[in-house]
Each structure stands twice: as C-alpha cells, then as structure tokens.
Write a protein that binds this ligand. Structure first.
Ligand SMILES: [Cu+2]
Length: 697
C-alpha cells in the first residue's frame, strides 16, 4: 500500500504523542476530533437543478469623460439562509454577495453563495461599492454585528481587530491558548484576475473593514492598516459612491479599469489570515469580461475566415429569474464543503481534526490551536448546490469552470460520457493560443488547482441520450503532481469523485456553433523579454515541538542563482519588508522553487503572466538550498497554460517560471491559493515602483 501524505501524518502522530509526554510530563487528551456530522453518502445526488447564476444588476451608469461610462454596482455581503443540500434536508446559513441597488426596476436584489455574475465590457470601467452588512439586520446599522459562522484562529498573523490601531494586522501574543475569535467580521473583496487595478481597489489583505453595527467595542480597530491610505487615494481619483466624496464607514469603493483581455475572472474575500473562512462561508462570484481585440468576436472560423460562432447565450441582466431561456454558456463554480446534520457548514474547530494533535498549542508550542494546514470537504457543491444535475441537448455547450475549493485540486474527468468531445479554449487570462482537444490528447481530463479557471467547449452531439456523471479523479488529499491511480488514490468515487450529472436529450434545433477544431483563437501578443529574474522559494515550516506536523507554509527568496549553483532559501513572513519590488513597467521572470512535498497554486495579483517553463531541481533540506538539475531539460507550458494566466501550479521538486510585465504602481500581494496556506504566512506583499508618500509602515 502506498502511504499517502495524510495517512503518513496520521501514523506519525503516535510518536509525536510520546514525544510530548516526555517533554511536558503529562498525558495528551485523546478525545476524538470532532468531524462533520452529516454523512455525505446519505445525501441524494442529482436531484437539484444546476443554478445558472443570474447577472448582477447595475446600480447606475456613471458618465466618464473621454471613455465609456462606468458600470456602477452596490454590492453587500450578508448572512443568508440557502438550500444548498437537496430539498428535504435542512437549509444552510452562509454568507453571500448581492446587489442592494438596481437602476432597472426588475433588477435582482438577491444574495446568494456563490453570487451573481458581474458582466463587464472591455474598456468599460466597473466601480463597486462593497458593503459589509454582516450584522443582525442589514438594513439597520445600529443592530448587532454577526460573529463568524466558522472558527477564527486568533493565533495567526491576521486582521486582529481586537488589537486596536496599534496591534491590528499582527500576530497577537497570548498567555494561554485562546479560543476562537467571536467579534465582528472584517471583509475586503479582491477581484481575482483583474489586471492593472490601482492598489487602492485591489482588496489588499490589510485594507479590511468591519460592518457598521451598534455594539462594536470602541477599543477595536474598525479598519485595517492600509484602509485609510487607500481611502484617500480612491477619493483623489473620485472612486466613491455617486454623491459622496469618499468611502463611507463599513464600505470600500473599488474601480476596475477592465482594459485587459476578455477573460473569466472572479471576486472573493481576501482578509488577512481569514480568507479561508470568509470564502468558505460563501462570498464569491464570477466576473466575466467580454469584447475587445481578444473577445469572442475576434475568434474566427478557419474554414471561412469569418467570425466563429461560440455556444451561447449566457445570462444577461434583463433576463427573468428563474429564467425562461436556455443557456448554452454557463459558468460553473466547483467547491468542496462539509456539513453538519443541522445543515450548517462544517469547518474544523481544532488542529486535532487534521492530524490528531490535541495540543498543547500556542503559546506552549508552535502549533496554532484551530488552523488546519489543509481542508478537504466531503461533499461537492456546484454553483451553490450539492451534486446538481443539468439537462443538456445533443449539441455544444461552453462551460467556464472555476475551482473554488480551499485546498482541493480537481481533475475533471469526462470519460464516463461515451462520444463526448471536450476542448479547452481559455484559461484565467482569456483564450489560449489554440483550442486543446482534451478528449483526444489528454484522456478527457482537466486538471484545475484552486482558483484556476478553464473555458471549455463540451460537445454532447454524439453522446447517447442518457445520464452521465462528470467525475473528479483528483485526490482527497494534497496534490503532488502525477496521474491517478499510479501516483495517488482518486477521490472517493461515491462522493467527492462526483461533480454533477448531465442528462442528455436530443437537440431541439440544429447547432449553429463552430466545431472547436475549426476555431482560430485571437492572436496573443507576447510579453517583452525579461530584464530581471527573481528566484523565489515555496517552503513549509514544520513544528519544532511535534514530529511531522506542519506549523505554517511560507514564501521566501533564494540567494544566488540556482540556475548555475546552489542557492540558499530565506523564508520570509508576511511582516517582513517587501522583497519583490519590480520597477514600474518592468518585465521579470519569477522562478518558484518548490522545496515542499506538495503542489502549490501560486497567484500574483495585478498581472497576467506567461508560463515560461518548468524544470527539475535538487532540494537540500540540510543546507536549505535549491539548485536547478542541469541534467533535466525544461518542460514547456502545457497546451492549456498558453496565453496568460494569474495562477500557476508549482510542482514539488521543480522550479516553475513565469514572466510578467508590472505595469501599474502600488502595493499588492502574491500568494499560494491553497487558502489555508495563504492565511498562515504563504502570502507576501510586493510593490511595483517606489514606496508611496504617506503609505503605512
Ligand atoms: Cu500552498
């Protein structure tokens, strides 16, 4: 039997236990860790229709001298009850974004998790007033704040509102192991994949804000360290709600230029040390950029040289809800979750859940009491319902997939659908160089790390009438690369190995769309040559008090040039000064040397990058060095990694190289998108250009 990393961890805990007894002279509590109380096997599957997210209503169009008008939205985050589990099961309390104002009378003022899709047009800026309404009565600013739905670990380097102005955004110190934080919840929204955004609008992790509520402790910080600086910066550019001069309490108003390539991007919370919880609680949604020189109309049919026909329509703002239209272009967010028998979301409230280490924790050891190094839900939620079905016709569909899981890599597997043809045409940064025939060349499979997107045409034309399950053959544990079943066990085929069911019926009309093999995707403009190469390290810090127990994940720099000799890695924490500081307009290659055992999806804010290549490295854990294996030839990006991306899989034992042009100044972040890692030090600030006058710090 192969020993998986997770099982390995569990096995090794025994020795950690005896080690601890020796060190602390006392026994460990061997209480069983509390897990989810709803058995996923007890849930009916494929009884709930797939929700096609409707389109977010605009609050206004703001004149924009010299450009297209600004699409303006007012979107709040609220606590809501949603029927995520099948009918007959209890409803689930979650958080969701939703519009609170609509210019059109028919606008959908509903909150949902995931939320409505923001439809954006190329070079039509989008401004959003993001409102924190996590209080008892969203309409009443004097009502009480709502505490978090999930256990917040206060021992991380996190937003820490109780620290007040002097100790917010810090890792607090404790005399004894604290319980979960139960105060008001900070939020800040990031538009993942937005390129060229001002830093004031990027959702910086220290630019969070609490809701306005009647019972906030006056000693608490109500905003993060960077909020006021960004508020002034936004005000200077007029980024405020119409009729106001600046962000009002409990809100931030961000503006996105939307002058990047047409692409599938998404918005979600990004608060320091809390992203895993804030996103797991529900707040996320699609943001689709259409038009421009890299939009759908620039896709040609090679047979005629004329514009191709892609599957559509997608929802538009004017559509009724529930809709009476049939959509052939659908965004599909896949997220793993666990539930309790009362319908509530389950998320671990103790480190013990991960590897049975029941303490002692911080401050007596270096392990946080609640944080888990990774989390894998035992059910699959698709667009906000567990295991939905979707009725499709024998024709082509366009699905914009998002892996919205916290830690789980997905390998979507279409092979149960005889006769299907699956083509990937886009990724995070828009269209690929050329359509990729996943069916013919890649075993009908599609690998997606957390936060990656895939724009896919699925052709059901030759699939016999019947019902088919889209499978997941990724692992139920951290992904280290390789292929199932040789390199890892596939997800539980009765639960997390299933995504959704397609019920195939005859086409109601001829399919007007262009076969994917005839699509000529818009030309890609390569980035300029890089003027600098930055060797960077992906690291895992093991506990010094327990054996084989990850304490945190880290990023860092590498001294010297590992391409020519051994380079020494230097782990850096969130609090360390900026070490990645490209000049404004510079093009650089960033090299991610992965010295850990797992693959990490690395996301750089603000830019769309090209994947250059990957190469085997030699990792020396004794000397803390990495070195490129000169005998190994670099491997080019996968066909589905061509074009531009914002998240890339960095495999263990490899360097992954990406190239980006840093075209907009300011303070941003780069991080691992396993959000448990991101929340516990696997995120670093970076700055484009010089420090800004008046910036915090
Ligand atoms: Cu990671």
């Amino acid at each position: 039997m192969k020993i998986s990393r997770r099982i390995f961890l569990k096995l090794s805990v025994t020795s950690a236990g005896s080690f601890l007894i020796a060190r602390f002279g006392g026994g460990r509590a061997y209480a069983l860790p509390v897990g989810p109380t709803l058995d996923p096997a007890s849930l009916s599957k494929f009884v709930t229709p797939l929700l096609v997210p409707p389109v977010m209503p605009k609050a206004a169009k703001i004149p924009n001298p010299g450009g297209k008008p600004v699409d303006y939205y007012e979107i709040s985050m609220r606590q809501i009850t949603q029927q995520i589990l099948p009918a007959g099961q209890p409803a689930t309390t979650v958080w969701g974004y939703g519009a609170v104002t609509s210019a059109a009378r028919s606008g959908l003022l509903i909150h949902n998790a995931p939320s409505l899709t923001i439809e954006a047009g190329w070079k039509r800026p989008v401004r959003v007033k993001w409102i924190n309404e996590l209080r008892l009565d969203p309409a009443d600013p004097s009502s009480a704040f709502l505490p978090h739905l999930l256990p917040v670990d206060p021992t991380l380097h996190w937003a820490n509102p109780p620290g007040g102005a002097s100790e917010r955004d810090m890792r607090p110190s404790f005399d004894s192991t604290p319980g979960a934080y139960s105060g008001p919840v900070p939020i800040v929204t990031h538009l993942h994949g937005a390129v060229g955004v001002g830093d004031e609008s990027d959702g910086y992790a220290e630019a969070w804000y609490l809701p306005v509520a009647g019972n906030i402790d006056p000693d608490f910080a109500t905003v993060g360290t960077w909020y006021d600086f960004f508020r002034s910066k936004a005000a200077a550019q007029g980024f405020a709600a119409p009729g106001t001069m600046a962000w009002e309490p409990g809100t931030a108003v961000f503006q996105y230029p939307v002058d990047q390539r047409a692409a599938t991007i998404w918005y979600h919370d990004h608060t320091l040390g809390m992203t895993r919880l804030n996103v797991y609680a529900g707040p996320a949604g699609f943001f689709i950029i259409r038009g421009g020189p890299s939009g759908d109309k620039a896709v040609l049919d090679v047979r005629s040289g004329l514009p191709a026909v892609l599957p559509g329509p997608a929802p538009i703002e004017a559509d009724a809800f529930p809709s009476n239209k049939t959509y052939f272009e659908i965004p599909i967010a896949i997220q793993d979750r666990s539930f309790n028998a009362d319908g509530s979301l389950f998320y671990p409230d103790s480190r013990e859940f991960f590897d049975e280490i029941a303490g002692p924790y911080i401050p007596d050891t270096d392990l946080s009491p609640i944080w888990n190094p990774e989390f894998f839900g035992d059910t699959i939620m698709v667009n906000g319902n567990t295991w939905p079905f979707h009725d499709v016709q024998q024709r082509r569909y366009r699905f914009r997939f998002l892996n919205g899981c916290n830690s789980r890599f997905l390998i979507l597997d279409f092979s149960q659908m005889a006769g299907v043809e699956v083509w990937q045409i886009g990724n995070e940064g828009g269209f690929l160089a050329a359509p990729v025939d996943l069916t013919a060349n890649h075993g009908n499979r599609l690998l997606m790390s957390p936060a990656e997107r895939a724009d896919v045409i699925v052709d059901f034309t030759n699939v016999p009438i019947g019902s088919y399950v889209l499978a997941n053959v990724g692992p139920d544990e951290p992904f280290g690369g390789g292929e199932p079943p040789d390199d890892f066990d596939i997800a539980d085929p009765s639960t997390t190995g299933q995504i959704l069911q397609f019920n195939v019926s005859p086409a109601l009309a001829p399919d007007p769309t262009t076969p994917p093999s005839f699509l000529q995707l818009p030309a890609l403009t390569p980035l300029p040559a890089a003027t600098a190469t930055r060797p960077l390290a992906l690291l895992e810090e093991m506990s010094h008090d327990f054996e084989d127990a990850p304490a945190e994940a880290l990023l860092g720099t590498v001294s010297g040039d590992p391409n020519t000799g051994a380079g020494t890695w230097l782990p850096l924490a969130w609090e360390d000064p900026v070490s990645e500081n490209p000049a404004l307009g510079a093009t650089e290659v960033w090299e991610f040397y992965n010295a850990t055992a797992d693959a990490h999806p690395i996301h750089i804010h603000e830019v769309a990058f090209e994947v250059v290549d990957r190469q085997q490295i030699l990792v020396n854990e004794t000397t803390h060095t990495v070195q490129v294996d000169g005998a190994a030839t670099p491997t080019p990006p996968e066909p589905w990694e061509t074009g531009f991306k914002d998240t890339v899989v960095a495999y263990p034992g490899q360097v992954t190289r990406v190239r980006a042009t840093f075209g907009s100044p300011g303070q941003f972040v780069w991080h691992c998108h396993i959000v448990e890692h991101e929340d516990n030090e696997m995120m670093r600030p970076y700055r484009i250009g010089p420090p800004q006058p008046g910036e915090p710090g």
